[in-house]
Design a protein around this ligand. Structure first.
Ligand SMILES: Cc1cc2nc3c(=O)[nH]c(=O)nc-3n(C[C@H](O)[C@H](O)[C@H](O)COP(=O)(O)O)c2cc1C
Length: 415
């Protein structure tokens, strides 16, 4: 039993190093498209304007399948831990909240090409890197290499308290998460049993098999601070950012080039490449006037009580993200607002791409009809603009990696 130290931990190959991995296929799209699943009551919009958006698994399954049929690359779930009633208000905002990790694994077995990303709070526990390595290797096999974990460290003060913990200081959380993920990466690399005495976690003769199909599961992180970017640069394939200038598209477009460059430079400093994804809420109708009328109606029904609860939770947190977002904008939600006719939305998404953004993780107010409008009216324009490669009838570059799902495990089979 030999003890390894941090510098000896092995790093597996990344899914993007395999040309046939689902992640590599997604990366071939000029602008990746994701749907941000409303696994929680109210999705992202704190408004009472009537709509069909629903947090239930069946609704999210239908949404994921429709997004997949449109050629979307990603379906993504956020994670929050909330007390009874969520953020309350007339909309009961986020009162019900399906766990995104469990949901993503379940959704993966009912789909065949879309990447499923679920958010995981690595530091709430006791929750050991060996759990993460084993659970994610299993999710990787269930999904045929389509599962990814958005590893977050938790910025809210009330969440660690639910676990009987005190929130560690901001940058220290990233240092803890760094060791956590480095250990999991060694287990996915699977070179040998791992015996390790870290600052935060220890293992004796630990091993994970079967190993992931493409080196390791897809890794994602989300943040806006230098420590968050450094963590992402070391481990992530995709970095999920917010607008550093709030939800207004003009302000966001001015601020994003420097912000996106900072994320990518942090990875390049470590000899790695990351893709950057942001979350616009798309409010679109056949004409600009209709889209802006819909936008105003959502805002006119703002659920002010739940917005106040949301804002005070954020004020008690220590995130360096979302600092410029307004309370009023929460009625529509998302990191920035993309509003207009199909042509205007296409222009705004093209402008986002020009800032260096590699993908958009979309939220909608009324998900199923709004996604349908996006597919019928906006997607063809994105293809014409060269931002999307069309999906051939056989699934083409989006087809399921069946071979990967059934591939024999490397490094020896499970006992
Ligand atoms: C786009 C984006 C998405 C995020 N999603 C989550 C989430 O689902 N759950 C969570 O607890 N934190 C989430 N976070 C918070 C970050 O993971 C991080 O804890 C927080 O932003 C503090 O780090 P920072 O100062 O580097 O931004 C998200 C942050 C961003 C920017």
């Amino acid at each position: 039993m030999s003890l390894r130290d941090r510098a000896d931990l092995a790093v597996p190959r990344a899914p993007q190093d395999f040309p046939d991995s689902p992640l590599s296929r997604a990366f071939r799209q000029p602008l990746m498209l994701g749907v941000f699943l409303p696994l929680q009551t109210g999705g992202w919009s704190q408004s009472t304007l009537p709509r069909g958006t629903d947090w239930t698994f069946d609704y999210n399954l239908e949404l994921t399948r429709r997004a997949e049929a449109l050629g979307f690359d990603i379906a993504f779930g956020l994670s929050q831990w909330l007390p009874k009633g969520g953020f309350g208000g007339a909309s009961h905002y986020r009162e019900n909240f399906l766990d995104p990790f469990v949901s993503a694994v379940a959704l993966s077995s009912a789909t065949r090409s879309i990447l499923l990303l679920g958010t995981i709070h690595a530091l709430y526990g006791p929750w050991h890197p060996l759990h993460l390595a084993k659970f994610l290797a299993t999710a990787d096999h269930v999904s045929g290499g389509r599962f990814g974990a958005n590893i977050v460290t938790g910025y809210a003060d009330m969440e660690p308290a639910m676990f009987g913990l005190t929130r560690p200081e901001h940058d220290r959380r990233y240092a803890m998460a760094d060791e956590f993920v480095a250990v999991a990466e060694d287990l996915w690399a699977g070179e040998d049993n791992l015996t390790f005495e870290g600052e935060h976690w220890s293992l004796r003769e630990a091993y994970v098999s079967p190993r992931p199909a493409f080196g390791r599961p897809v890794l994602v992180s989300a943040g806006g601070s230098p420590a968050g970017f450094a963590f992402a640069g070391r481990h992530s394939d995709i970095v999920f950012i917010s607008s550093p200038a709030g939800e207004d598209i003009t302000d966001a477009l001015a601020a994003l080039p420097a912000h996106v460059r900072a994320v990518k430079d942090a990875a390049r400093a470590q000899g790695r490449e990351v893709r950057v994804v942001i979350n616009p809420t798309v409010v679109s109708r056949p004409t600009s006037a209709e889209a802006h009328a819909y936008y105003r109606a959502i805002q006119a029904h703002a659920d002010l009580e739940s917005i106040a609860a949301f804002q005070s939770r954020h004020a008690a947190g220590d995130s360096r993200s979302w600092l410029e977002h307004s309370a009023r904008g929460r009625a529509v939600g998302g990191h920035l607002h993309v509003v207009g006719s199909p042509e205007e939305v296409t222009g705004q998404l093209a402008a986002l791409h020009a800032t260096g953004i590699d993908g958009v993780q979309l939220t909608f107010y009324d998900y199923l009809p709004d996604l349908g409008h996006f597919g019928e009216e906006i997607l063809p324009l994105l293809e014409q603009a060269g931002l999307r490669l069309p999906v051939p009838p056989d699934g083409g570059p989006h087809a399921a990696p069946v071979a990967a799902a059934t591939r024999a495990p490397r490094g020896g089979g499970a006992s």
